[in-house]
Design a protein around this ligand. Structure first.
Ligand SMILES: NC(=O)c1ccc[n+]([C@@H]2O[C@H](COP(=O)([O-])OP(=O)(O)OC[C@H]3O[C@@H](n4cnc5c(N)ncnc54)[C@H](O)[C@@H]3O)[C@@H](O)[C@H]2O)c1
Ligand SMILES: [Zn+2]
Ligand SMILES: [Zn+2]
Length: 360
């Protein structure tokens, strides 16, 4: 066991605290990772505000990269010194989805078995089973994906959550093809990654839609060919006007509200694809003529974690980043210290940043 500093949400709505945390030595199938960088994601704020559960205290942070410090028994493909990105869907290899060869849908993903605790023994709930606003964290070995160690940790770690979700919404779930037209509604961290994913897939036309001009200019940097401020123009009409009157082949909703999903649905060409990657709240309802669903054909999909398979996608995307083909650095708006997380939440609310990244 060792004692390190980490950031927790102790109770609902209270500001986060930097406290001493007991990290067990890695047991069977586990690893301890020294964190080098961890992005501040909306989900961390949701935990703090009670939007995800009531299992306080939460150990926050989950978009992280670091160096493996120690591994437990039965860990064969990971060793101290490996540079890894942490993932929150370590696949089991054994459930029905895994056995059918679709491990990105794994129904039984796993985390470390042992618990990190406060000094008084109180067990912590790590955010998304990771908990990485901490000097060292305990995870399941399968949550560590080895990538090229020359990648900048602050950029690489972002693949662990929101950026992967957006990239994957385009390249995995949306299956964007060379020459496609793509529209992305909501260009925060996730949506602008979807824009970058559409460019990586050689989409011919990439339409960024947002209500904030700052996000639209960032989207242009990341590969958007056109922008639409949907506060000023009707999103569906604008997408149609930019696609010869047809609508886009793939429309990605990275907001996750009934009105943005409907824009995606009607902004799509006949037989096109809608991808929902933004996460709705439990009270949201959709009201739609069923005949439109039938008549417009195509596919209506959701994207969990970009339908990624970390072992397949992280090393590949880091290679593309190293070659200058995936601008991961552009998602790092600022590097901050472990004491600056509350300030980073404020900036997130103000729409000032794509990602603030805690660097250790
Ligand atoms: N599916 C997944 O696995 C997964 C993973 C991570 C995050 N997410 C979800 O993705 C969503 C986006 O996350 P983010 O980190 O990019 O958030 P963000 O706050 O950085 O970005 C949201 C963007 O949407 C824009 N927006 C808000 N309302 C809009 C509207 N009506 N029309 C157009 N644009 C609008 C905002 O201006 C902002 O640019 C969230 O719901 C988040 O929970 C999903
Ligand atoms: Zn996240
Ligand atoms: Zn499985």
């Amino acid at each position: 066991m060792q004692q390190v500093k980490g950031v927790i949400a102790r109770t609902k709505g209270a500001p986060v605290e930097l406290v001493t945390i007991n990290v067990p030595d890695p047991g069977l199938g586990e690893a301890v990772v020294r964190i080098q960088a961890c992005g501040v994601c909306h989900t961390d704020l949701h935990y703090r505000e009670g939007g995800i559960g009531d299992d306080y205290p939460y150990l926050l942070g989950h978009e992280a990269a670091g160096i493996v410090e120690a591994v437990g028994a039965e860990v064969h493909d990971l060793a101290p010194g490996d540079f890894v990105i942490l993932n929150w869907r370590a696949v089991c290899g054994d459930c029905r989805a895994c056995r059918r060869g679709r491990p990105w849908y794994c129904f039984a993903t796993h985390n470390a078995t042992q618990k990190m605790t406060l000094e008084d023994g109180t067990e912590l709930s790590p955010a998304l089973g990771i908990g990485a606003f901490i000097d060292k964290t305990l995870v399941a070995a399968g949550q560590c994906t080895k990538v090229d160690p020359s990648a900048r940790p602050a950029a690489a770690g972002l693949l662990g959550c929101g950026v992967m979700a957006g990239l994957g919404a385009a390249i995995n779930t949306g299956n964007v093809q060379r020459g496609d037209s793509v529209a992305v509604i909501g260009c925060g961290g996730v949506g602008s990654a979807a824009v970058a994913g559409a460019r990586l897939a050689n989409a011919a036309r990439i339409i960024a839609v947002d209500i904030d001009d700052r996000k639209l200019s960032k989207a242009l940097e990341l590969g958007a060919t056109h922008t639409v401020n949907s506060r000023e123009r009707d999103a569906v009409e604008a997408i149609q006007a930019l696609t010869g009157g047809f609508g886009a082949d793939v429309v990605i909703d990275a907001v996750g509200r009934p009105e943005t999903w409907k824009q995606a649905f009607y902004g799509r060409d006949l037989a096109g694809t809608v991808v929902l990657v933004g996460v709705p709240t439990p009270t949201m309802q959709l009201d739609l003529p069923l005949l439109d669903v039938f008549g417009r054909g195509g596919s209506l999909k959701s994207s969990w974690y970009g339908d990624c398979l970390p072992s397949r996608d992280f090393p590949m995307l880091i290679d593309l980043y190293r070659q200058g083909r995936l601008p991961l650095d552009a998602f790092v708006t600022e590097e901050i210290g472990i004491d600056d997380i509350e300030a980073a939440f404020d900036k997130m609310h103000g729409g000032d940043v794509l990602r603030s990244v805690v660097v250790f």
